[in-house]
Design a protein around this ligand. Structure first.
Ligand code: GLU
Length: 388
């Protein structure tokens, strides 16, 4: 059977594949330390689950509007105003099957064949694949430690061509954990406005930041950049709702209408009662978000201290998200080989950097409990010492 060209040109999601493999091995009784998916280990807060259960009991089990339940679109618009200083109405919001789906819908709605999309590396591995699925061309811009793994305004400017449509900004970043400062965002915004391109700001990790760094949305930096900004976000990371699949896109109304039409012919509405859980997440107490953030902050310190004791590995301190992006260059192993051998020899699951655009790195998620962190780092230490 000949498959469509578009699907033969993409790679399966390595984050999902390795996480599924680690879970399957655990279910088979193997003692696996999984640092794979970016999935908080906390249960979804009780008040969010209660709201979804009540919605089920109230009969919120039917088809809904493809763009999302009206009260949720309203609650998201209010959240964007309150938390991010972004002036949106409910009509600017599309509720999607998770943050990933909001980005996929965006690419399908915006990108024409051979349009270019600028992606700073290291990047979340699904970005280039989504661009390719839409027929676009991912333009990868390398970054390195000299700029703190951030794209500079000059590098962005140099990558723009007449075919450039969109720039993907992810702050806090998966996998590097870097958070752009307001001044850095302002400088990038100037390039975006001057060169008249669009930016999608993936803000899925906005609540997971450390040491008092400031999280600012690029769209809030002025009227000109606001018009050129699309926001992608979701409930998975901040509220530990990974399996619920609720995310959203915020953008000018014309784009939201077009993306809703796409959704109307593909997924239809997001699971109706799940959307009521999402309303409770936004409108209820935010203490749960802070409690989880503090736990991640503590784990970050523990895992960094342990990593720094392991010879040959280096890693910058992340300002946000819950990943360490570890340089494994001293082992002379490619990242896929490294992760395969680490899993086989020490039963530790980590994600290779290769699909993130950095083959001399691996990604370690510390959205897991301290016992797993301690045990997994003991094993990583043993693994590395056998190579050096
Ligand atoms: N975004 C998370 C990660 O990078 C979840 C898995 C995925 O969707 O890629 O681990």
């Amino acid at each position: 059977m000949e498959l469509a060209k578009r699907i033969t040109e993409i790679q399966p999601s390595v984050t999902l594949a390795i996480s599924a493999m680690a879970k399957a091995m655990q279910n088979d009784g193997k003692d696996i330390c999984s640092f794979s998916a970016g999935e908080p280990d906390f249960d979804t807060p009780a008040h969010i689950k209660a709201a979804a259960k009540q919605a089920l009991d109230r009969g919120k089990t039917k088809y809904g509007a493809a763009a999302g339940e009206a009260p949720l679109r309203e609650a998201i618009a209010n959240k964007l105003q309150r938390d991010n200083n972004l002036n949106y109405d409910a009509a600017n919001i599309l509720v999607t099957n998770g943050g990933k789906h909001s980005l996929y819908n965006l690419m399908m709605t915006l990108i024409n064949p051979s349009d270019e999309v600028i992606i700073p590396a290291p990047f979340w591995l699904s970005y280039p694949e989504m661009v390719k699925l839409a027929g676009g061309i991912p333009v990868i811009v390398a970054t390195d430690s000299s700029t703190g793994y951030k794209i500079t305004p000059d590098a962005l400017n140099a990558a723009i061509t007449p075919k450039t449509k969109l720039f993907i900004l992810n702050s806090p970043s998966n996998p590097s954990g870097v958070v752009y400062t307001p001044a850095e965002l302002q400088a990038l915004a100037k390039v975006i406005v001057d060169r008249d391109i669009l930016v999608v700001s993936d803000e899925i990790y906005e609540k997971i930041i450390y040491d008092g760094v400031e999280q600012v949305s690029i769209g809030a930096l002025g009227a000109d950049i606001f018009q050129r900004t699309i926001i992608s976000n979701g409930f998975a990371k901040a509220y530990s709702m990974t399996g619920w699949r609720v995310g959203y896109l915020a953008a000018p109304v014309a784009l939201i209408k077009a993306a809703s039409a796409l959704q109307g012919h593909s997924t239809s509405n997001v699971c109706t009662f799940a959307q009521y859980g999402a309303i409770a997440a936004l409108e209820g107490s935010q203490d749960c978000v802070e409690t989880m953030r503090q736990a991640f902050a503590m784990r970050r310190q523990v895992i960094l201290d342990r990593l720094h004791e392991i010879p040959g590995l280096t890693c910058a301190k992340p300002d946000g998200a819950f990943y360490l992006f570890v340089n494994i260059g001293n082992t002379n192993l490619k990242s896929l080989e490294f992760c395969q051998q680490l899993l086989e020899q020490q039963q530790v699951a980590a994600i290779p950097g290769q699909p993130f655009g950095a083959d001399d790195h691996i990604r370690i998620s510390y959205a897991t409990d301290l016992t797993t962190i301690e045990k997994g780092m003991d094993r990583l230490d043993k693994f590395i010492r056998s190579y050096l």
